[in-house]
Write a protein that binds this ligand. Structure first.
Ligand code: ATP
Ligand code: MG
Length: 427
């Protein structure tokens, strides 16, 4: 006797995507790939699993992601510490160094896929989620920062989104950050009493991140803290102004948010987020910025870079709210049949219709015409092709349009040889 099998469910915070919802995702991905292509971005695919050291070094030891959100385990075969990628930039940079991608010219690349973070699941916050990650590797100027932002504005337009706004900041260069850091630590020391556990722990290790807190009790302290923006030198200011001018050229509005620091250590100079009020507290749909030091930090020849990551679940949620989707049909043509010979003919006819570019489902098995028509209707097909005894004998098919406006209900007999043409031109 085999033991009763205890039902297995998905891991908490990791979602299944079933046919109804995945149609929307496919639509989205097709649009996104066209959009990326229109700016010259090319696809890269890196493994979901990397050595833990890559993220610890690349993202920073004292960040939410590395401290508490990574899925890390030991490879039982050789003892290596491995981590499911919590973001894509580190892996893409590793690959670009490993394959010497930047040796003769810069590259615009993108990747789309799952990332993993051990967070408390809630709307817009999952443990496996998806990112569209876009990286301009080897580009130094504000022109590319601005182009990335303009590019995102175009995506919102393509999707029909209006309620997304841009927040912008500059994190300056290492020397400027060091000067600001000293002033910030002094400020935090004066407000020790309001710091929570994370805040206290990060006071000396990552004080900038203390300001990124969502703890309401710390807001006043954070608001009154010295602003990194005020420590920027001429060069950093000029770069930032260069970005702002180009955004003005493109008619893109933004809010300067001196508190915007982003959750990963590798950023410098320009940082930005696109935020909406329509998704509750998980309102950031895209975050990005410059990371001029990362390639060198990970062992590559120094090269500047800038990029962003879009949270796909959040963006599709917003898209669905703004532009509700119509159900996507399973097929265009549903073939019903009666009798063994008709069933075999149906399979052959369907192949010729597919040759002509149509999406065709042949009713599987048998059943009354009534039950087959029910399925045809549920499939969303715009037309049913009917093969019965008469049709087999005459080498014809009956064609019935199923949708309103599509000459609904009308039925006609068509010689098989003309069927594809009739279906492609009518309705
Ligand atoms: P948050 O402040 O919301 O935690 P983050 O700064 O950790 O975001 P990034 O590392 O910048 O996020 O990731 C880029 C984008 O990925 C975010 O702007 C968001 O849209 C999305 N994202 C981040 N974490 C999650 C998650 N757990 N589930 C779903 N989407 C997420
Ligand atoms: Mg986070």
């Amino acid at each position: 006797m085999t033991q009763a099998f205890q039902k297995v469910t998905a891991i908490r915070g990791m979602n299944d995507l079933l046919p109804g919802a995945s149609a929307r995702w496919e639509q989205f991905e097709a649009l996104v790939r066209d959009w990326l292509r229109s700016y010259g971005y090319r696809n890269v695919r890196t493994p979901v699993l990397e050595h833990t050291r890559l993220f610890a070094r690349g993202i920073g030891e004292v960040t939410d992601i590395v401290e508490k959100e990574m899925y890390t385990f030991t490879d039982a075969l050789n003892g290596d510490s491995l981590t499911l990628r919590p973001e894509m930039t580190a892996g893409i940079v590793r690959a670009s160094i490993e394959h010497n991608l930047l040796y003769d010219r810069p590259h615009r690349v993108y990747s789309i896929g799952p990332v993993f973070r051990h967070e408390r699941p809630q709307r817009g916050r999952y443990r496996q989620f998806h990112q569209i990650d876009v990286e301009a590797l080897g580009y130094a100027g504000p022109d590319v920062d601005a182009e990335l932002i303009v590019m995102l504005a175009r995506l919102w337009k393509l999707l029909g989104l209006t309620d997304v706004r841009l927040e912008l900041n500059s994190l300056g260069q290492p020397a400027e950050r060091a000067a600001h850091r000293a002033a910030l630590i002094a400020h935090l020391e004066r407000h020790q009493d309001v710091l929570d556990e994370d805040g206290k722990r990060r006071l000396y290790t990552n004080p900038l991140r203390v300001l990124d807190t969502k703890n309401p009790a710390m807001q006043e302290m954070a608001d009154s803290a010295p602003r990194l923006f005020d420590f920027l030198g001429d060069e950093s200011r000029a770069h930032f102004d260069g970005v702002c001018q180009r955004l003005a050229d493109a008619g893109i509005e933004y809010r300067l948010n001196p508190r915007l620091v982003r959750g990963l250590d590798y950023y410098n100079s320009t940082v930005f987020e696109w935020v909406t009020d329509r998704l509750g507290s998980q309102g950031t749909v895209c975050g990005g910025g410059r990371y001029d030091g990362l390639i060198e930090l990970l062992g590559g020849k120094p090269a500047p870079a800038v990029g962003f990551a879009i949270g796909v679940e959040r963006l599709i949620d917003l898209w669905e709210q703004t532009v509700p989707s119509e159900p996507v049909p399973e097929c265009e043509v549903y073939v019903v049949h009666q009798g063994d010979e008709a069933q075999r003919l149906a399979a052959q006819v369907a192949e010729t219709l597919r040759d002509a570019g149509l999406a065709v489902v042949v009713h599987a098995g048998s059943g009354s015409f009534k039950s087959q028509f029910k399925r045809a209707d549920a499939s969303g097909a715009r037309v049913a092709v009917i093969l019965g005894g008469d049709e087999v004998a005459n080498r014809t098919a009956s064609v019935k349009f199923l949708r309103e406006g599509d000459q609904e209900g009308s039925q006609q007999q068509v010689p098989l040889a003309q069927l594809a043409q009739v279906l492609n031109t009518k309705g």
